[in-house]
Design a protein. Sequence first.
Length: 253
Amino acid sequence: MSTGGKAAAGGRALVGRRIVTTRDEPGRLESLLARAGADVVHVPLIAIDEPFDGDGPLARALADLGSFEWLVVTSHHGARRVGATAARFSQVRLAAVGARTARELADLAGRAPTVVPDRQTAADLVEAMPAADGGTRALLVQADRADDTVAVGLRHKGFDVHVVVGYATRFRVPTAAERNAASEADAVAFASGSAAQSWVEAFGHTTPAVVVVIGPSTRDAAIAAGLQVTHVAADHSIEGLAAEIVSVFESRP
């Protein structure tokens, strides 16, 4: 399994290649792949929705945000849900997984997060957080399908962690046109474990020859779902995911 890749997608290595992307909305990944010459087919496999029990638990937690020392978010969707409230509690320190999440949180909260790990994984966020004294309260806002990596890790570092579901991740059924386009692809890219799981729901275990994932947690979720992952981005970011795809096809005729 390759973990190589360049820092950014460049050149025209993807001319004549069809790449399927699977995030809930198109954005930076699609533009990078298109710049490298790819025929990009966006097939959203997840949709973002309200938590299954409504937004009551999140609203109550945010109303009490002043009693927390830290607010921790693990995606830009979470940042969107909490950023405006964070702006009213300037004493609360912020932590975010990844550059995009940090930017969205900073824009809404009016200040930069204190902690943003260099590598965009839950484990690296935990490692980047300071040790706590057991009474330091942290509000962790994440998806309904998120695992307990951050919560368990922060508790091991001495935080009193309160976990709240900020949004739900639903599996989306592709249209017939999306299915046809995806069936002729050279590669598929997964930026989340939920998207990989949704692929199996929609397509079974059949994939293009090249399956590239953004990082180890997505790899593990994809493998657990029965998919064969061929490449993992060395830099666990959207830029790294695009660069890995470029690197794969640069070495192929």
